[in-house]
Design a protein around this ligand. Structure first.
Ligand SMILES: [Mg+2]
Length: 189
């Protein structure tokens, strides 16, 4: 799947009439927490030298990407365009991450980045110009995507494109007729 195609496909399972920006912000925190939890279980609850839970991480990275799409949509932004324009060297400026960045560190960076958009958009809004808050939140989307990419490429032998593909396939299986709030509350997986 091309990164450019993902957002519109992801939005197939986003219902109309809700605040996508706020849902995106809160969902990013929850799903990045699921990645931290998977990394914690891998490190401490899986015996000696367990294999990295690649499938679980790719699945959860896909969930994070879905909420990037939701937030981008809520900000009238295109996540692929943001990523293409700003991902180059993103972390080289902010964080000295490289090919040996351990998985727990990347998971924590992700959780940290995922926390920011909510505060940027909703904390003390009367004192900060709207366009500044929105541009900060868009910047965070890029940081989150870069960190997800690094988790996928450095530790899962995967890519953003593959995680996006698998996420869309999962949602198609789960919601063959589009998103259904009832099914989301009472699903088997
Ligand atoms: Mg999840």
């Amino acid at each position: 799947m091309r990164i450019e195609d993902y957002q519109s496909l992801a939005m197939r399972t986003s219902t109309e009439g809700h605040d996508r920006a706020e849902n995106g912000c809160l969902g990013l925190i929850g799903e990045s927490g699921e990645i931290v939890d998977a990394v914690k279980k891998w490190r401490f609850q899986s015996g000696e030298n367990p294999p990295v839970p690649v499938d679980k991480l790719i699945d959860e990275c896909g969930d994070v990407l879905w909420y990037c799409a939701e937030l981008a949509e809520g900000l009238d932004a295109d996540m692929a365009e943001l990523y293409r324009r700003f991902s180059e060297g993103f972390y080289m400026d902010l964080h000295p991450l490289n090919a040996v960045s351990p998985l727990p560190l990347l998971a924590v960076h992700l959780a940290n980045a995922a926390m920011r958009p909510y505060a940027e958009l909703y904390d003390s809004p009367e004192t900060i110009p709207d366009d500044w808050r929105v541009s900060q939140a868009k910047c965070e989307i890029v940081g989150i995507m870069v960190t997800v990419r690094d988790i996928l490429e450095l530790h899962c032998g995967s890519t953003l494109e593959e995680a996006m593909q698998r996420n869309i396939e999962k949602l198609k299986r789960r919601y063959p007729d589009g998103f259904d709030p009832e099914r989301s509350l009472h699903r088997a997986e």
